[in-house]
Every structure is written in structure tokens, then in C-alpha cells.
Design a protein around this ligand. Structure first.
Ligand code: NAD
Ligand code: UDP
Length: 326
């Protein structure tokens, strides 16, 4: 049996965080979920509060915090473009000051710390598909820069704390992930399209819908995070985690309309600036080092996600910002 650990999950009340906390609680670990509830709310983890090995802390990771833990998953950061662009300076602070605080904690207590980085470090990629060696094409002064450059600098901090202070790090680059418990007003493409389709409202495609993304189901992604945290001693990453099956946004809209049995029509809206034209991970490294590959195809994951949203009481959710989907 694996040794039980005390594990901190920052951003633990968010979409990926709740699924991860659930898994760790069921494994018996002592789980500390830390969140400032910017893009989440307490009721996301209400079902875990009765577990003796789960603890919830309201805290902002741009402020230092002193805890004694064995492992840290650093997931705290708004992930949807509308949310990370709402207060871009805060987004940069969250990535950078948050990384410094958690790396400092890891250094002090000898914990292993995993950074949830992103495919956005590749920007609008000129290499397709994207392997980990690709250094990216990021506009440092664009609307996405607060997130992209924040996450890039966080990776820099992780590797410098590792080289300079011997901190035990892991870095994963997460590609578009979807599934139940995405915030209904989160603004990301999968949740937007499903909510619109279920209400038979127009599906909003930004641009002409020829841009591509590769969508990973949440269970696969959480399995990847766990595999990386507990993987080989000498493999610190960065490693891509995502599903390499690529779809255009137009294809996604058509599949969602079909699976939701919706009467929605497609409506075209302006393409936001710096929106990447294509994105697809190379996952050979994750396969080789972690024995990890996604198992859930887009359609199967969408069926589960549509079921989840169909049963959701939307009145339980508030919109995180005035820019969230109304
Ligand atoms: P999410 O918005 O659902 O969750 C993020 C959580 O972090 C929220 O609960 C939010 O309240 C919290 N948070 C934000 N700023 C904070 C701060 N300063 N202090 C404490 N808590 C804070 O997003 P998610 O999809 O669950 O993403 C989790 C992580 O994975 C993020 O770091 C994101 O950048 C990364 N990621 C996600 C995806 C994806 O497709 N879901 C893709 C790439 C990277
Ligand atoms: N998108 C869209 N309609 C929406 C929301 C998003 O066409 O209602 C597009 C967006 O412009 C992007 C893609 O879908 O090209 C994925 O957007 P998302 O915000 O989910 O994440 P990104 O991968 O861009 O960070």
C-alpha cells in the first residue's frame, strides 16, 4: 500500500482541483485544499467537507502561507481567457508570487511541488503538433500575455529553485481539458457550447471556427497529474498532458449540437486577439516516462459533460466576473 501523505492542492476548489482532491481523499491522504474562490465556490467541495482527511483553507497564494506538507499541487490560477484577462495584473501575480511562495514552502519543508503549466507557453505555435522542446511563439504584450508569460516565468522559477536550491519539482503542461464541474459561466469553449446547446440558444463561434484544439477528458488529466507527481525520481518535466486528437472549433460545435440533440444555430463572433490558430500536443514523453495516455475520446467525454450540465441547478452559481457568460 502507498504511504499516506499530507498533500496541499492550491486552486483545489476549481474544476481540475476538485477532481484531484476527490481522488487524493479517497486514497486516504490528508488533503489540504487551498483556494481564494475567484473562479470557484465552496459548494464545489461541499461533498468532501465531511471527510476527516479533507481540510479547506480560504487563502490567496500571492500571500505567503506556512504549512507542513509532503506534496504540493499548484493549480491556483484562473484558466479561462475571460477570467485571466479580467484582472491581468493579478493573474501575473498569482503565477509568479504564487510560485515563489509555494517553492519557498517546498524548500523549507522538503516537499515535492508540481506546477500546473499550460499549452499556452507555446503561444500561437508555429510548430505543429507541439513537443516539449518547442520554445513557443508568445506575444509578450498581448491580452493573453498575463497568463502565458506568467506561466512561462513560473516554469523558470521552478527550474531555478530546482537548480539553485535542489527543490524537488515537477512541471506539467496541460492542454485544453473539459468535463463535469467546469464552471458553467467559465467562458471556455466546451462549457459555453454545451450551455448554449442545452438552452437551444445560438452557439457562439469566435472567428470562422477553423482554429483547432485537442480536448482531454478530466479523468485522464487527473490520472496524468497523479502519475507525474508520483513518477520516476529523475523525471521532472516539463511534460505535455493532453489528448492528441485535434478538432476544429466548428467541428466541436457540430458535435455538441448533435449530442445535446439541440436546435441551436451557429453564430459567428469576432476572433479575440492572439487566439492560437492550432494546438495539439505531442505526448510521446508522457507515454514513455509515465506510461500515460488518454483513454476517453471527445464524444464519450462530451456525453458525460452534457449529462452533468443538463442536471445542473444554474441558480447555485454566480458569475465570477462581469465578463463571464451571462
Ligand atoms: P479553475 O479556474 O476552475 O480553477 C482555478 C482555481 O484557482 C479556482 O478555484 C480559483 O478560485 C483558484 N485561484 C485563482 N487564483 C487564486 C489565487 N491567487 N489564490 C488562490 N486560489 C486561486 O481552472 P482549472 O481548469 O481547474 O485550472 C487549474 C490549473 O490548471 C490552472 O493553474 C490552469 O492554468 C491549469 N490549466 C488548466 C487547463 C484546462 O484546460 N482546464 C489547461 C491548461 C492549464
Ligand atoms: N471559442 C469560441 N466560442 C466560445 C468560446 C471559445 O469559438 O464561446 C473559441 C476560442 O476563440 C478559441 C477556442 O474556442 O479559439 C478555445 O477557447 P477556450 O477559451 O476554451 O480556450 P483557449 O484554448 O483559447 O485558451
Amino acid at each position: 500500500m502507498a504511504t499516506l501523505k499530507r498533500i496541499l492542492v492550491t486552486g483545489g476548489a476549481g474544476f481540475l482541483g476538485t477532481h484531484l482532491c476527490e481522488r487524493l481523499v479517497h486514497e486516504g491522504h490528508d488533503v489540504i485544499c487551498l483556494d481564494n474562490f475567484f473562479t470557484s465556490q465552496k459548494n464545489n467541495v461541499a461533498h468532501l467537507l465531511d471527510h476527516h482527511n479533507f481540510e479547506l483553507i480560504r487563502h490567496d497564494i500571492i500571500q505567503p502561507i506556512f504549512l507542513e506538507v509532503d506534496q504540493i499541487y499548484n493549480l491556483a490560477c484562473p484558466a479561462s481567457p475571460v477570467h485571466y484577462q479580467h484582472n491581468p495584473i493579478k493573474t501575473v501575480k498569482t503565477s509568479i508570487m504564487g510560485a515563489v511562495n509555494l517553492l519557498g514552502m517546498a524548500k523549507r519543508v522538503g516537499a515535492r511541488v508540481l506546477q500546473a503549466s499550460t499549452s499556452e507557453v507555446y503561444g500561437d505555435p508555429q510548430v505543429h503538433p507541439q513537443p516539449e522542446e518547442y520554445r513557443g511563439n508568445v506575444n509578450p504584450i498581448g491580452l493573453r500575455a498575463c497568463y502565458d508569460e506568467g506561466k512561462r516565468c513560473a516554469e523558470t522559477l521552478f527550474f531555478d529553485y530546482h537548480r539553485q536550491n535542489g527543490v524537488d519539482i515537477r512541471v506539467v503542461r496541460i492542454f485544453n481539458t473539459f468535463g463535469p464541474r467546469m464552471h458553467p459561466y467559465d467562458g471556455r469553449v466546451v462549457s459555453n457550447f454545451i450551455i448554449q446547446a442545452l438552452a437551444n440558444k445560438p452557439i457562439t463561434i469566435y472567428g470562422n471556427g477553423s482554429q483547432t484544439r485537442s480536448f482531454c477528458y478530466v479523468d485522464d488529466l487527473v490520472r496524468g497529474l497523479h502519475a507525474m507527481m508520483n513518477g520516476p525520481e529523475d523525471f521532472i518535466g516539463p511534460v505535455n498532458l493532453g489528448n492528441p486528437h485535434e478538432f476544429t472549433i466548428r467541428e466541436l460545435a457540430e458535435i455538441v449540437i448533435e449530442l445535446a440533440d439541440s436546435k441551436s444555430v451557429i453564430e459567428f463572433r469576432p476572433l479575440p486577439s492572439d487566439d492560437p490558430a492550432q494546438r495539439k500536443p505531442v505526448i510521446d514523453l508522457a507515454k514513455e516516462k509515465l506510461g500515460w495516455a488518454p483513454r476517453v475520446e471527445l464524444r464519450d467525454g462530451l456525453v458525460k459533460t452534457i449529462d452533468y450540465f443538463r442536471g445542473l441547478d444554474l441558480s447555485r452559481f454566480r458569475t465570477p466576473t462581469s465578463h463571464s457568460l451571462q
